[in-house]
Design a protein around this ligand. Sequence first.
Ligand SMILES: *Cc1c(COP(=O)(O)O)cnc(C)c1O
Length: 431
Amino acid sequence: MWSESVPGLATGSHRGSGAWPGITVAEWDDWRWQVSNRISSIEQLAKVVHLSPAALLDVEECLKIFRMAITPYYASLIDLQDPRCPIRQQAIPTRAEVSQGQDDSLDPLFEDTDSPVPGLTHRYPDRVLFIVTDQCSMYCRHCTRRRLAGQTDHAPTRAELEARLDYVRRTPRIRDVVLSGGDALLVSDALLDHLLRELRSIPHVEIIRLATRTPVVLPQRITAEFCRMVRKHHPVYVNTHFNHPSELTREAVGACERLADAGVPLGNQTVLLRGVNDCPHVMRRLMHGLLKARVRPYYLYQCDLSRGIQHFRTPTSRGIEIIEHLRGHTSGLAVPAYCIDGPGGAGKIPLGPEYVLSRSPEYLVLRNYEGAITAYREPPSGALAGDKCDTCGEPHDRQPSLGVAAVLDGQRTSLEPAEMERKLRRRRRPE
Ligand SMILES: *Cc1c(COP(=O)(O)O)cnc(C)c1O
C-alpha cells in the first residue's frame, strides 16, 4: 500500500543491479554498507541517474562549495523519469546552490553565538541542542546547518563530548537535551549508549531527544540492537525529518514502527520546500502517512536563510495556506506547528492563520475553518483577581518568569531592547 504512490520503490529496484551489481540483500540491509557506499562523486552519481553534461558540470561546481552524499537506498527511490522528483531535488546538487541570496548566511540562527561550549547551543531556558557529530548519511540539499554538517566527517573526541556533558551537569535548569548533528544516529550504538547513560545519570535531565533523518534516508540504521539499547534509557524521544509522502516507503515505515514498538514517541519536522512539498495536498498526504506510521507531525519549518538554499524558499503565505488547509479539515494530530526559526537566535516563532477576529472585554470573536463566525463570552471579570493563583495557590508575581510571560505575571511593566534609539536619546538628554 505504501509503495503505490512511490515510483521505482520498495524492494529496491537497484538492488543487485545497475549501480551496485552483485550486492547481497544482507549487504543492502546493513547500514554500514549503505554509509560506506554513499554516492559522493560525480562518477558514482552518473552511474545512478542520467545527467546531461551541463547538469554534471553544475554538480561539479556545487561540489566545490558543498558536499554530496546519497545513500544507495535513498538514491533507489529517485524517479529516473521525473526531473522534478522530490527525492532527486533533496539529494542531487544543482547550480542554484552556487548562487548566494542577499539574505543568506552561514549561521542564520546564531547557533555558534549562543554556544557556551563548542558543539552545544543553549538558547531556551530549560533545554539545549547538543551536537553529537557533524556527519550525516545523506547531505540534504536544503541543509540549514551546512556550515557544520559533513565539514570534518569525524566523530567528536571524548574530551569534546565530555565538555558538553559537563555543561549539562552543572546547569540545573536543563531538563531536556536534544542530541543532534549532523545526524545523531551516525555514531555507534556504543557511543550513543554512553551518552544516554551519562545524561540519564544527571538528576535534572528529564527527557532526551534524538534528532535524526536516518528513518528517511537510512532506515537500515534502526536495528533491533539499536532499539534494545535506546529503551534502556527512556524517556527518549526521536524527531525525524520526512518531507514528502514518497519517502514513506515500506522500509522507512518499518524503521518508524520498530522505534514505536520500542516505546519511543516519534515526531516529525518537515521543511517547507518550494517545488518539493509546498502544496496543501502533498502536505496532507504526508501528514496522514506519518500518522499511519505512528509519527506525530511536530513542526513545519519555514526554510532558513542558510547559504545556497534560496531556491527552496517559499513565501510564508504558502505555509499559512497549508495550515489553513489542515486545521479543522483533518485530525488535529495531523497539524504541525508552522514556525520560522528567527534569524539572529530568536528561536522558533509560530506562524499561522488568524482565528481571532475581534474582542471586547466581554466577547472574543472567532472564526473557524469553515469561515463561520462565533463569539465566546468571557467569564465574569474578577474571577481571576487576588494575590494568589486560584489554581496553583501560589502568587505568580513571586515565581520568576521570563519574557512576555513576566509582563503577564505583573513582574515587569515593559520589555525593551537594550539599544533602543528612544532610550539612547533619553540618556543623552541634558539634565
Ligand atoms: C529547536 C531547538 C530546540 C528545541 O526546541 P523545541 O521547540 O523545544 O522543540 C532547542 N534548542 C535549539 C537551539 C533549537 O534550535
